[in-house]
Design a protein around this ligand. Structure first.
Ligand code: PLP
Length: 401
């Protein structure tokens, strides 16, 4: 699609600022580099809702050397999109066949002998060497081998490495409470991690180490090791905002347009259940996006939107496809742009504010936007948000996925 093209009307648009992702990753990569670590940008869950390839390419341009994803399928999606950088995937089906991962040089996390055996089989089939990151569970009790199972897994991996089927590139783990700096579990996990690494070394392996998510990347340089794995921070959301002064920029904006405006009299109720009543004569604006688009219904009565130069409260319940905004006596017209959340530059709410309002985390807000029924577009340098013009010019490309 042409750059410099007029944005056609669309019910709902998720605008992704690729430049913001690039700059956030550049900041994180610089932080890591100061401790001698490289950066793996995590682009699972469709790049946290921003588009996996959009996020991957922006992160690589910002200095990431690795990409991390949940599954082999996500990794192969990156390869199909032309990504040649190192990729690690970490959550597998119980009977997964890793032939394509091995063929396309995707590193596979191994937390159990079963996965190791599938990888050895794939290496045999292809005549290639499988790249392995051995995962130790240091206390999250989610994925990873327990301390009790670790020596056996390490021995089996070392044997497979000597036989030429696999190469153990890294030992890695994941933190439970990195977003609570000072939490005692962080040091406890780090100690178990060190022990696991020593065991791997004693078995003759020479793996890299990686442990730090966004929060640890920003607050624990001593845990950067060889590679850091930031996810949410790449997208400009800071899980340790009270503990750092790093300037990240949110990359996602959700916007829509007013489709109907009307005047109602004092005393009229609004939306299902009539939970909101006009306290005086007022102007209502109808916005054609709702919980089926990822706007949480729990935000009903708890959030405002940016519209016609001000924040204006959502009136009554958010519906499946639409909600109503109270505009008082101000002039609002059909076609006026509405920003539901964005970087916050102009006073619009942020994804973090949405999350705080309903008792969740901003991760859930942005990943919940992964398939808007409107469209996702990618811009460099941020969207034109508050231009009251009916047709706006914006450098953008249709999302690639
Ligand atoms: C999601 C994930 C990350 C990134 O976590 P953030 O908190 O988003 O930085 C890192 N490592 C693993 C294993 C993950 O699942």
């Amino acid at each position: 699609m042409d750059a410099h093209q007029t944005v056609p009307p669309s019910r709902a648009e998720l605008v992704v600022d690729a430049e913001a992702i690039r700059q956030n990753v550049a900041l994180l990569a610089e932080t890591a580099r100061r401790s001698g670590a490289a950066t793996m940008a995590v682009v699972k869950a469709d790049g946290y809702g921003h588009g996996a390839l959009t996020a991957a390419n922006a992160a690589l341009a910002g200095g990431a050397r690795w990409l991390g994803v949940r599954s082999q399928a996500e990794a192969l999606h990156l390869r199909a999109g032309g990504v040649t950088a190192d990729v690690l995937c970490w959550l597998h089906e119980p009977d997964e066949d890793f032939t394509e991962a091995v063929r396309q040089r995707v590193a596979v996390s191994v937390a159990a002998p079963r996965t190791l055996h599938s990888l050895i089989a794939a290496a045999r089939r292809t005549g290639l060497v499988a790249h392995v990151h051995l995962k130790i569970d240091t206390g999250l009790s989610r994925n990873g081998a327990t301390g009790a199972d670790w020596p056996g897994l390490v021995a089996a991996a070392a044997e497979a490495e000597r036989a030429g089927h696999v190469v153990v590139d890294a030992v890695w783990s994941h933190l439970a409470c990195a977003d609570e700096p000072g939490h005692p579990s962080i040091d406890a996990q780090a100690a178990r991690f060190d022990e696991a690494w020593q065991t791997a070394r004693a078995a003759g392996l020479r793996p890299l180490r990686h442990l730090a998510n966004s929060a640890a990347t920003l607050t624990r340089p001593d845990l950067h090791f060889d590679l850091v794995r930031p996810g949410i921070a790449c997208y400009g959301l800071n899980p340790v905002a009270d503990h750092t002064d790093v300037r990240l920029r949110p990359a996602m904006t959700l916007r829509s347009r007013v489709v109907l405006v009307k005047r109602v009299a004092a005393g009229e109720g609004v939306s299902y259940g009539l939970t909101w009543t006009a306290a005086r004569d007022t102007t209502l604006a109808l916005i054609p996006i709702g919980y089926a688009d990822g706007v949480p219904r729990l935000l009903s009565g708890r959030m405002s939107v940016w519209l016609a130069g001000a924040r204006r409260p959502i009136a009554g319940r958010i519906c499946m496809d639409q909600f109503v905004v109270d505009c008082g006596d101000d002039v609002v017209e059909p076609g006026d742009p509405v920003v539901l959340f964005g970087p916050g530059d102009h006073g619009e709410p942020t994804a973090t504010e949405w999350a705080d309002a309903i008792g969740t985390i901003d991760y859930e807000i942005v990943t919940g936007m992964h398939r808007p029924r409107g469209r996702r577009i990618v811009v460099d340098g941020g969207p034109v948000l508050l231009d009251a013009g009916r047709a706006r010019s914006e450098q953008h490309a249709e999302a690639d996925e």
